[in-house]
Write a protein that binds this ligand. Structure first.
Ligand SMILES: [Zn+2]
Length: 370
């Protein structure tokens, strides 16, 4: 399996984090697909799915891959190294407390300016020029510090991809994905193949996550140059492969199979296109996703399992403060599917406990959790 190793700036003298990049196929034979696992580090299902996918791709004859597939199975070696008193903390960088999936650069204006007067009437040539410009504008902004450099390097690997699959997981969850409303039709077959129980959409969810740093720049460049044909690219989704504990081999196999099936459907892998299962959900707005908040401090008891179709006002959990003898009900804020929840059972007032995929917008401003 062709494996490229990219050294990042050292965390300390002698301590160099590395990205392992696997490449399949050839760039000039078709679309570029970028897949990474576990941007929040402690997300083994994403890594395992990416690893299994790479094994499956390595077993294919070279001519079966009509394009380029780039896989980074362990996207966050810095986050993986963050162990404190035996606990692994992978969501935020310890050095500054920032989420590893926020704060990616917006290079749209720089790319639009660089393309001024250079696009013609040939779609393939325009798209190749756009891809080269995305790479060169981003490459010129390389930061020196390890965490920004990690984010920059991942983005540089993905920025010119036609399709991007950012494989995450929640704490405890059903399979679901986040994408832009304009990509729902593109990702609908994949959502069916992976058995997604929720598809959460937002034009821009706020705080510049990885997938949007790619999709937004492609869409803005296309909007700025409507007179010049440009192929659609940067079609990106954040894919949540259940919960952190869901690492059974059959899940990785199923997820790798879903991605392979989708790549076959879009012609990147030669072979018979798999039949699509029934859709397991309709898209819902990310602004309608209720973030269940703890109304009290104490020991949490869930009353309903994940997958419950909730009604507004329904009691979904109880919080017991055994010291005072007080118990407090946790109430569903809206109708919708209960699809994700925290792994915590000792909880504090105000803490986020879970998510309900509601159909009507409830929130505005930054829509993702911190
Ligand atoms: Zn994540």
């Amino acid at each position: 399996m062709p494996r490229e190793v990219i050294d990042l700036p050292p965390l300390a003298p002698g301590l160099v984090p590395r990205l392992s990049v696997l490449r399949f196929g050839e760039a000039d034979r078709g679309p570029k697909i970028y897949i990474q696992g576990a941007l929040h580090a402690d997300e083994a299902p994403g890594t395992l799915a990416a690893h299994r996918l790479a094994e499956r791709l390595a077993a294919l004859p070279g001519e079966a891959i009509c394009g380029e597939i780039v896989i980074v199975p362990v996207a966050n070696p810095i986050g993986l190294s963050q162990r404190v008193l035996g606990l692994h903390l992978g969501r935020y960088a310890l050095e500054d407390g920032r989420n590893f999936n926020r704060g990616y650069p917006d290079i749209a204006e720089a790319v639009i300016a660089r393309l001024e007067g250079r696009l013609g009437s040939h779609e393939a040539q325009n798209t190749a020029l756009l891809k080269a410009t995305l790479r060169s504008v981003l490459a010129a902004q390389a930061p020196a510090e390890p965490v920004p450099a990690l984010k920059h390097r991942l983005l540089l690997l993905a920025i010119d991809a036609d399709w991007v699959f950012d494989l995450h997981c929640d704490a405890e969850a059903l399979p679901h994905l986040y994408t832009q409303p304009g990509f729902v039709a593109e990702f609908a077959p994949f959502a069916r193949l992976m058995g997604a129980r929720a598809i959460l959409t937002a034009e821009a969810s706020g705080d510049h996550p990885f997938d949007e740093a790619i999709s937004v720049v492609w869409e803005r460049v296309r909007a700025a140059y409507t007179l010049h044909p440009l192929r659609r690219g940067g079609i990106a989704a954040t894919v949540e492969l259940r919960g952190q504990q869901d690492t059974e081999p059959q899940f990785a196999e199923r997820d790798a199979e879903a991605i392979l099936g989708f790549l076959t459907r879009i012609g990147v892998i030669a072979g018979e296109r798999p039949r699509l299962p029934e859709a397991a959900c309709e898209p819902t707005p990310l602004a309608g996703c209720s973030l269940i908040e703890a109304p009290a401090t104490g020991a949490l008891q869930w009353h309903v399992p994940l997958g419950t179709d909730l009604k507004q006002g329904e009691v979904i959990a109880g919080i017991i403060d055994a010291a005072s003898g007080q118990s407090t009900a946790v109430i569903a804020e809206c109708d919708g599917l209960f699809f994700a929840r925290s792994q915590l059972r000792q909880v504090f007032q105000g803490q986020k406990l879970g998510k309900i995929a509601g159909r009507e917008p409830l929130r505005s401003g930054p829509l993702l959790g911190p």
